[in-house]
Design a protein around this ligand. Sequence first.
Ligand code: FMN
Length: 410
Amino acid sequence: MRSGKSVLLIIGGGVAAYKALLLIRLLKTAGIGVRVVLTRAGAEFVTPLSIGALSGEKVFTDLFDLTDEAEMGHIQLSRAADLVVVAPATADLMAKMSAGLAGDLATTLLLATDKDVLIAPAMNVRMWEHAATQANLATLRARGVAVVGPDEGDMACGEYGPGRMAEPEAIFAAIQEKLEESRIDLRGPGAGAEAADLRGKRIVVTSGPTHEPIDPVRYIANRSSGKQGQAVASALAARGAEVVLISGPVRLDAPPGVERRDVETARDMLETTLAALPADALVCAAAVADYRVADAADQKLKKADGAGRSLNLIENPDILATVSALPEGERPRLVVGFAAETQDVIAYASAKRERKRCDWIVANDVSQGVFGGDENRVTVIDADGAEDWPRMGKDAVAVKLAERIARALT
Ligand SMILES: Cc1cc2nc3c(=O)[nH]c(=O)nc-3n(C[C@H](O)[C@H](O)[C@H](O)COP(=O)(O)O)c2cc1C
């Protein structure tokens, strides 16, 4: 526990429980200790065995486990950590917290703790929007409970809307913020080396789609959600980097600890990126439109009696190539591009790296639900060859990429 700080993580019984495993890894990487309490329902989704292996600590499940009570009483367990985090916070846990129930270990700890509490709600959209849940949320907020998420998006149950648990990086950033709020400097002397190995480095990340206007109400866009770029920005910030995130229009909140500059078109994104330099590294994860409408209309276009209409498209400036071609001193030391391809991924991506003269290309096959989804399968291509990464969550891709960037810059 190299930062000397620790979190008590309560994992409730929701589909998002698997994301708590990634959160444990982020916390451990940052040198933050994590002790886990798993609810009975939580244990239906993730096992004490995998949690114990990741946290390196015994996992607590039962209020009446006498060994634990002898070693560490439940009151002490609720107070030993610097912060209590509930992720996923089920509708049930939120209701019990709001009512002050204490029928099991998790709820007893939540009632007995004298520490700040941060919850990451996760549930079906109807459960989230239900007046009971919203009333419980308001009660908890009024009592000073901090809330991260939920995000809006496709749900495991097939519905769409708010209720998805915030990504592990966002929860991690919220935890850092809470710990910093209580004047605990995670990045101060004694913090884990990996927690701060990008401290003093400035990194610019582009993310999301661009919107290219056709007229004042219509535009050309693409399916990029911005999740991968935002996850990269969060993972870099978690390692201590000063991160400027230049984002096209997305439905995500700006990640904590990151300065987000919102743009609309490819030309805005180029201008804002150049203005954000100098930087040690640039990560171009945005899905920038290749073309824009040459003569976007000032007034809304009207139908013209069944006649067809064609749009005259011209090429947009290329941000990755422009920055890669900057003279030494102005060009970031490391320029990383993303290549979304649907076929011959490695061949196209390698050619893109050569053509655009960037240092690395993170190639991803977007033919199968990557846009908008939570997982990605990437190959990182640099001057030495291609490194194939297994399919994993976008947040895990971001953490791995941040590690690689830290190794390259330090
Ligand atoms: C497959 C499945 C998925 C579930 N996912 C959620 C969920 O995402 N959020 C939620 O609030 N409840 C969810 N539930 C219901 C909770 O598991 C149930 O309310 C349970 O009592 C919660 O216990 P806990 O709050 O002590 O963990 C799910 C149940 C099942 C069977």
